[in-house]
Ligand binder design. Structure first.
Ligand code: HEC
Ligand code: HEC
Ligand code: HEC
Ligand code: HEC
Length: 239
């Protein structure tokens, strides 16, 4: 972003933005901790999934049998291999996202497949979430979901999953391009991706995270068809 702070005589006078029209900023990745601070239950559930540990799978001797079966070398360290990293981290190469060689403390927030891999880079829409709950408390008014779409929150989950799960050689997915996933249905039928089965799995077995009831802070707009079903079977949040 091209923003400058204008400080004259010790006073912060204005925040001046050059070039980028207001409302058209590009969101950055902020890391899972920011999201989990407010979405505590989803955070706890996500931490137990394979997605949360996906980066560890690239390290030597982890998941050795699966690697051998896919023709990989189980003794090799793949954690900086550009043929592997993008699908095992969050926001690879994007602003705020994972970069090979980044400071380990920052890396903790974006290793593994975390919130923003599916929901989109969150530096702008997360603020809309905070604003919307404040507005509801202050005036009882809900917020139009279009605000989230405008700030690039992703609701096209199937495309988000496809980028990693259907990106292999011989895939029926039109977007497939290298680097490909070595874990294809030809290697083992268990790697066949089934969106509906995965997202609808109940409770702890859900590879995404357990689903919790929304209170309806946001209204309107287009939400994916599965939302209604998931919400019907969702658990009450703990707090
Ligand atoms: C300041 C607290 C806060 C932060 C930070 C935050 N959220 Fe939210 N989020 C909320 C609230 C409050 C709602 C409305 C929940 C409801 O309706 O019960 C919400 C709603 C949502 C929804 C449902 C939106 C809809 O369609 O109704 C998703 C998905 C979501 N958040 C994901 C995220 C992700 C991913 C991040 C991190 C990038 C994040 N949130 C950061 C407070 C927050
Ligand atoms: C950024 C890439 C990426 C995205 C996006 C992604 N996944 Fe994954 N997924 C992975 C990786 C990598 C693993 C393997 C984790 C490991 O190392 O064990 C995985 C594992 C899984 C598994 C296997 C079981 C498990 O819990 O490990 C399922 C099922 C799954 N993902 C479903 C989904 C669904 C559904 C979506 C979309 C809503 C999705 N994934 C989005 C990369 C991704
Ligand atoms: C295009 C995205 C993509 C790339 C590139 C990729 N992976 Fe993955 N990887 C996945 C997905 C998706 C899964 C989950 C497959 C499933 O369980 O259905 C996965 C799973 C794995 C697993 C766990 C398999 C199991 O059975 O538990 C290991 C280990 C792994 N990947 C290592 C690697 C290595 C090493 C590389 C580079 C040589 C690599 N991956 C490149 C997407 C990718
Ligand atoms: C692998 C993809 C994926 C990851 C990772 C992921 N989500 Fe989700 N999330 C989904 C899907 C799919 C839904 C269900 C569709 C919907 O209701 O919008 C969902 C729904 C939600 C909702 C709506 C209420 C609910 O529980 O269903 C919130 C809030 C949310 N996610 C927050 C988070 C947070 C916070 C994280 C990280 C700690 C996270 N998600 C990680 C895919 C993901």
């Amino acid at each position: 972003m091209n923003t400058k702070l204008l400080v004259i005589g010790g006073w912060l006078l204005a925040v001046v933005s050059f070039g980028t029209p207001a409302g058209a900023q590009t969101p950055e990745y902020t890391g899972n901790r920011v999201c989990a601070k407010c979405h505590f239950d989803q955070g706890e559930a996500w931490r137990k999934t394979g997605h949360a540990k996906a980066f560890d799978s690239l390290k030597p001797s982890v998941k050795a049998a699966a690697k051998s079966k896919a023709g990989l070398d189980p003794a090799k360290d793949y954690s900086a291999d550009q043929n592997c990293v993008a699908c095992h981290v969050t926001g690879h190469g994007g602003a705020g996202g994972y970069k090979t060689g980044m400071n380990p403390d920052d890396a903790k927030l974006v290793v593994g497949v975390s919130c923003e891999s599916c929901h989109g880079a969150g530096s702008i829409y997360r603020q809309k979430h905070a604003d919307a709950v404040d507005k509801l408390k202050a005036s009882g008014e809900t917020t139009d979901r279009q605000v989230l779409v405008d700030t690039k929150q992703n609701f096209d989950y199937e495309s988000a999953c496809a980028r990693c799960h259907l990106n292999y050689q011989g895939s029926p997915w039109a977007g497939a391009k290298p680097p490909y996933s070595p874990f294809t249905p030809t290697v083992d039928p268990k790697y066949q991706f089934d969106f509906n089965k995965a997202v609808r799995a109940s409770g702890d077995k859900n590879p995404v995270h357990t689903h919790y009831k929304l209170r309806g802070v946001f209204k309107g707009g287009t939400v994916p068809a599965i939302r209604a079903d998931l919400q019907q079977n969702a658990q009450e949040p703990e707090e």
